[in-house]
Design a protein around this ligand. Structure first.
Ligand SMILES: [Zn+2]
Length: 358
C-alpha cells in the first residue's frame, strides 16, 4: 500500500513509499483510509522540527486527522451491538496513554509523565496510508450524515476541549458569557468561531487575512465581526467595547498570545492553544498585567490535544452546524490532493485546509 512518510528530524525527507498492508491482531480492526487532513504539525514534522518514528522503524507515516471505513474486524472484538462493524465510518484518536495518573484514568490529553504516544507525531505511525489498524477503543464511530466533514473532527476536538475546560473553570461563578474573541483564522480558529457563534456568543475574530479573503467572507455571513491584524491588538478593547468574556487564542504567535492577556474582560478566561517552538522575547509591563489579572478575577490556561468526550461533543456540534448551514463546514476544506500531490499540501500551503483523498 502507498504511505506518505518522513524521516523524523530530517527536513524535506517526506516521500511516498510502498509498504506491506498491515494485518490486524484479534483485538483490532482494519480501516480503509478515506481522507486525511494536513495541519501545521504535519508541516513542521516535514521541516524536521520534531516527530519520532515508532521503535524499530526509521520512518514515520504522517497524518493524525483522519476519516476511514472499517474493512475487517478482529476475532476477539465482540459481536455486541456496541462494537464496530464492517463499513462503519471512524475517526481515530491521536494520543495513546503513557503510565501517569491522568493517562491511566482516561485523560492522556492531560498527561504529566510525557510517556504518551501520538499517531503520526510521536512514536506511532499516522494515517496517511491506504489502510491502518487500530484498537476500537481509539476509534470514534461517525454518523453517515457528517461523513463529508468528519475529517475536521480532530481539529474540532481541540476547540471543544478548550471551550469545555473554559466553561468548567467558570463554574466558579454564575458565568454568563456574552462576548468571545477568537485570535487567528486557521482551521482551529475558524472552527472555534463557528462553535462560539453556535453557542450564541457575540463573536469577534482578529487575524492576518485581508477583508477580501474567502474565509473572512464566510464568517461575516454568520454575523461574526472581523478585525484585520492591520489594527493594533491593544485597540481591540475599544473597538469591541463590551466585556470580553472569553478569548480563544489560535494564532501560533506567542506575541499575540502574551498581548491578548491584557484584553481579557473582568471574570473572563483566556484559552491558549498555539504551539510556539522558538525563543522569542517580549517586554511587557509586568505590574500592569499582574494587577489587571488580580483585580479582574481573570484566568489564563493552556490546552493541548483532546479527550474522547471532546470528539463526541464535536460530532453533536457538526450535526447541528450541518443542519443549520449545510455547506459551511465543507467550505473549510479548501483543497483536496491525491497522495502523489502530498507536497502541495505540506509545503507552503496557503489555503484554509488541505486534505489528502485516498
Ligand atoms: Zn501520562
Amino acid at each position: 500500500m502507498k504511505a506518505i512518510v518522513v524521516t523524523p528530524g530530517i527536513a524535506y525527507s517526506t516521500r511516498i513509499i510502498d509498504i506491506k498492508r498491515p494485518e490486524i491482531r484479534s483485538n483490532e480492526v482494519l480501516v480503509k483510509t478515506i481522507r486525511v487532513g494536513i495541519d501545521g504539525t504535519d508541516s513542521e514534522i516535514c521541516l524536521g522540527y520534531y516527530g519520532a518514528a515508532p521503535s524499530g522503524d526509521n520512518f514515520l507515516i504522517l497524518g493524525h486527522e483522519a476519516l476511514g471505513q472499517v474493512l475487517e474486524v478482529g476475532n476477539n472484538i465482540s459481536k455486541k451491538s456496541q462494537s464496530l462493524k464492517i463499513d462503519d465510518l471512524v475517526v481515530p484518536l491521536v494520543r495513546k496513554p503513557g503510565d501517569c495518573y491522568y493517562c491511566l484514568n482516561g485523560a492522556p490529553d492531560m498527561c504529566i509523565g510525557g510517556k504518551y504516544k501520538e499517531r503520526g507525531i510521536k512514536g506511532l505511525h499516522g494515517f496517511m496510508s491506504e489502510f491502518f489498524t487500530e484498537d476500537p477503543n481509539y476509534l470514534i464511530r461517525i454518523p453517515k450524515e457528517i461523513e463529508s466533514v468528519a475529517v475536521l473532527l480532530e481539529p474540532l476536538s481541540v476547540v471543544e476541549k478548550g471551550i469545555r475546560q473554559a466553561w468548567d473553570i467558570e463554574k466558579r461563578i454564575f458565568w454568563q458569557p456574552k462576548i468571545a474573541l477568537v485570535l487567528g483564522l486557521g482551521p482551529v480558529g475558524f472552527l472555534a468561531s463557528i462553535v462560539l457563534n453556535l453557542l450564541k456568543l457575540k463573536v469577534f475574530v482578529y487575524s492576518l487575512e485581508k477583508e477580501s479573503d474567502p474565509r473572512v467572507k464566510i464568517i461575516k455571513e454568520l454575523g461574526i465581526e472581523y478585525i484585520s491584524a492591520d489594527t493594533d491588538i491593544f485597540k481591540l478593547s475599544s473597538i469591541i467595547k463590551g466585556n470580553i468574556d472569553f478569548i480563544f487564542e489560535a494564532t501560533g504567535n506567542s506575541s499575540v498570545a502574551l498581548k491578548s492577556m491584557s484584553l481579557i474582560g473582568k471574570n473572563g478566561v483566556l484559552c491558549l492553544t498555539g504551539v510556539t517552538g522558538g525563543n522569542k522575547k517580549l517586554t511587557i509591563c509586568a505590574d500592569c498585567l499582574n494587577l489587571d489579572l488580580v483585580l479582574g478575577n481573570k484566568i489564563i490556561f493552556g490546552t493541548v490535544n483532546a479527550n474522547k468526550i471532546d470528539f463526541e461533543e464535536g460530532i453533536k456540534h457538526m450535526k447541528i452546524i450541518n443542519q443549520n448551514n449545510p455547506s459551511l463546514l465543507e467550505k473549510i476544506i479548501s483543497h483536496r490532493f491525491t497522495p502523489n500531490e502530498f507536497k502541495q499540501g505540506l509545503e507552503n500551503f496557503q489555503g484554509i485546509k488541505a486534505v489528502i483523498e485516498f
